[in-house]
Design a protein around this ligand. Sequence first.
Ligand code: CTP
Ligand code: MG
Length: 237
Amino acid sequence: MTAQLHARGDVAVVVPAAGAGVRLGPGGPKALRLLEGEPLLVHAVRRLAAAPSVRLIVVAAPPADVDAVHALLAPVAPVTVVAGGAERQESVAAALAAVPEEVAIVLVHDAARCLTPPSVIERVAAAVREGADAVIPVLPVVDTIKEVGGDDIVLGTVDRSALRAVQTPQGFRATALRAAHAAAADSHTDDAGAVEKLGIPVRCVPGSDLALKITRPIDLALATHLLALPDPDAASA
Ligand code: CTP
Ligand code: MG
């Protein structure tokens, strides 16, 4: 049985949380590392559970930690926990397999983007509900971007007005996501990328600075400060 959250919700969220967190440095799986005394995964699931569209959550945990993760999350929200795989894509596939067929909208959300506000989760879900097969939250690129050759010599300056940095949750019509995973031959870090390869249009909606991915130690330091901020988008969700 898949544990249910908001009975009126129409969205399942798949949470890949099985990564090692190599770039964060020693200290165990990233999703279980602490931010102000609580694991990143707890912060992430709490925000997902606060989004009224979310009917159920399936977490892909490090295989050795499935029972511990279930115990950790039980007080936060009813969740299903499965064993993740060696690659992110395998973790997403394992969690997706636990989503009941009758749930028509599936979001994929990195545990590492643990401060993503409910407003972004609702925005992505709403765009799928309104008819998009695939939806990604994005931010404009702020740095100047150069293409550089192997010899460290600049080849050109990229027009950044057409570029976007992509976050999660990424939202999908469940049939599109399942088809993309079934067809994916090579490894991908981005589920929307796999859907793109099927020729399905992917729609962008505004992301959030709070949805940063905790990757390196500096991100954890930044997140400690961001934790104190209110969701600037709460009113426009
Ligand atoms: N992930 C996963 N299974 C994997 C690899 C990654 O579920 N085999 C998850 C991570 O737990 C994370 C998300 O995918 O929530 C994004 O991956 P990333 O930020 O790269 O996390 P890690 O793989 O843990 O970090 P690193 O690449 O530094 O080891
Ligand atoms: Mg990784």
